[in-house]
Design a protein around this ligand. Structure first.
Ligand SMILES: *[C@@H]1O[C@H](CO)[C@@H](O)[C@H](O)[C@H]1NC(C)=O
Length: 391
């Protein structure tokens, strides 16, 4: 081999090694090298935005590292990304730049139209208590911001994230596909207003598992257009339970179908497994719901369908148009804090159909528990206590 051939070979080899598979490289970005400060005193919004823009400038897989420390961020809307594989690895805590009471945006951290975004670890502290106090004093307060939201996005993963003291909802998925949430911890005061833990709507193929939610509103709320939702091993309390609804907000409303809630534990919550709709006309529906293996500890309404939902006494006086069918409650056990442990208050225009109670045992300390039914059609299997009132 002569010298020319050798150098040509080496050059070719070098070329292949360096440039042949650029898409296999995982690029790593650190928000600190974009100017973020981990001492909780400086606005790091631009640094985060620039790290995102750098990661999103190519189709490569990227990791954006957020090292230990506290970072202050104004509202941050991220989207417009060439990559469909971006992982935020967060060891630090993110806090809003402003206090809850003067926070005027509807969203704090939001992703729009992204694909393949993962958030691993991290802690989000939205400083909600100032806003909660404002609301409790009945002053004219801002609505507050949702802590973290994904809109029109797919292939989203959240693992090991903690969200504390949200101003409004903690985590929202709206118009998303293929979402996996695991080992999330959500904490807000039991009396904090509208601090739903995880809200899902117009989304499909969503899994939420191994998570603990302590908050002031629904631990998980399931809005219109939710399809193929799997919830497993979620501990809820304090909170308002796992709720499908409120539905029938609108006449034209997408239905909810194929929801499974498996091995949930409710501790001192207002509700356990709830389906709720306003008493208003709507072409919405709820079908194929599986509530499997729940444990209730001192829950006010362990099993409840409420089709005349009326939280603040400003009630529509019509009848709910939402059709509820094929709902199974299997292996539900524990204690009810009130006498009515099972309540099915269904629409007179659209009775609930295909309701199945299977091996349900709810007790009530010092009282004999009861069931209450209106317009609820279904059957039972195995032991059901309190006695079923389904027709
Ligand atoms: C219901 O959703 C689950 C995921 O939660 C999915 O595995 C299953 O195939 C769906 N079933 C139907 C009938 O769509």
């Amino acid at each position: 081999m002569n010298m020319a051939k050798l150098s040509c070979l080496l050059y070719t080899l070098f070329f292949i090694l360096c440039f042949s598979h650029p898409s296999h490289a995982i690029r790593v970005y650190n928000v600190v090298s974009f100017g973020a400060k981990a001492d909780g005193t400086v606005d790091s919004t631009l640094a985060f935005r620039n790290a995102w823009a750098a990661a999103c400038a190519s189709a490569d897989s990227s990791t954006i590292n957020v090292p230990k420390g506290t970072y202050l961020l104004a509202s941050l809307a991220l989207g417009d990304c060439k990559s469909s594989d971006i992982t935020f690895r967060i060891d630090g805590t993110l806090m809003p730049l402003w206090d809850g009471a003067d926070y005027r945006n509807d969203y704090w951290l939001s992703f729009q139209g992204v694909t393949g975004v993962s958030i691993i670890g991290g802690s989000l502290d939205a400083k909600g208590p100032a806003l909660w106090a404002c609301k409790a004093s009945a002053a004219d307060c801002p609505t507050g911001a949702t802590t973290l939201s994904f809109t029109n996005s797919k292939n989203i993963r959240i693992d090991g994230l903690m969200s504390v003291n949200s101003q409004m909802f903690h985590i929202v998925f709206n118009g998303c596909q293929n979402v996996h949430v695991e080992r999330v911890k959500i904490v807000a005061a039991g009396d904090s207003p509208n601090t739903d833990g995880i809200h899902v709507q117009l989304s499909q193929d969503v899994t939420i598992m191994k998570s603990t939610i302590k908050t002031g509103d629904d631990c998980i709320s399931i809005g219109p257009g939710t399809k193929n939702l799997w919830i497993e091993r979620v501990r809820c309390g304090p909170g308002h339970g796992i709720s499908i609804g409120s539905l029938a907000k609108d006449m034209d409303e997408a239905g909810v179908q194929n929801v499974t809630v498996k091995n949930a534990v409710f501790i001192g919550t207002q509700n356990g497994l709830r389906i709720k709709s306003w008493a208003r006309p709507s072409n919405g529906f709820v079908k194929r719901v599986r509530f499997l293996g729940a444990v209730m500890k001192n829950v006010q309404n362990p099993i409840v369908i409420d089709q005349s939902y009326c939280p603040h006494n400003i009630c529509p006086t019509q009848v709910s148009g939402v059709k509820i069918s094929d709902v199974i409650y299997r292996h539900i056990r524990g204690t009810s804090a009130t006498k009515v442990a099972i309540k099915f208050d269904c629409s007179s225009k659209n009775p609930c159909t295909g309701i199945r109670l299977e091996n349900v045992k709810l007790t009530c300390p010092n009282q004999v528990p009861e069931s209450s039914c209106r317009n609820a059609i279904g059957n039972t299997l195995g032991l059901v206590q309190p006695n079923s009132c389904l027709i």
